[in-house]
Design a protein around this ligand. Structure first.
Ligand code: PNS
Length: 162
């Protein structure tokens, strides 16, 4: 049983995240999309809203033999992975600028839980500049984000920010 977690803030889920999830499907039997509950941040969407949105979006994708689960967690990613008996943490890399931060996280997570490996997947080039923060900023200021976030996310953002 190859189980991985894909942790993140997902505030909100972007098409870049979705691309990484799709790329990880053939690699694992089960992937837990792990939404971080971070009390230090004020998110646009609550953890419950994010989980529900992700569940609805994942319903629409062909996941083959890979089981997709949406869950939330607090505390350390490495501890969550271990508690779920996952052997891998999936992270997407967009550009070289992501690498240093991701490397530090992967090494720290391996120090915390040596049995859990981080697996980096390269998101598609067309999403290389897409981040949740940028999407929120552009959307708030009236810019176009079509094709960069799922339609459901776009309509929920419209409701939130009107
Ligand atoms: O989507 P993000 O914001 O890039 O995700 C970052 C996340 C949630 C993976 C990272 O902040 C994290 O793992 N936070 C949980 C706390 C933790 O484990 N910190 C130590 C990481 S080495």
């Amino acid at each position: 049983m190859r189980r991985a977690i894909f942790p993140g803030s997902f505030d909100p889920l972007t098409n870049g995240h979705l691309d990484v999830i799709k790329r990880s499907l053939p690699l694992f039997d089960e992937i837990i999309i792990a939404v971080l509950n971070n009390p230090d941040k004020t998110p646009l969407f609550s953890v419950e809203e994010r989980c529900l949105m992700i569940e609805q979006i994942l319903c629409g994708i062909k996941n083959g033999d890979c089981r997709l689960i949406v869950d939330s967690f607090s505390g350390l990613t490495a501890h969550f992975a271990k508690a779920k008996h996952a052997t891998a943490i999936v992270r997407g890399i967009r550009a070289v600028s992501d690498y240093e931060y991701e490397l530090r996280m992967a090494l720290m997570n391996r120090k915390l839980e040596p049995t859990v490996e981080t697996v980096f997947l390269m998101a598609a080039e067309e999403y290389s500049y897409v981040s949740s923060d940028l999407m929120k900023q552009v959307f708030r200021l009236g810019g176009r984000v079509e094709g960069l976030i799922p339609e459901l996310v776009e309509s929920k953002m419209r409701e939130k920010l009107k």
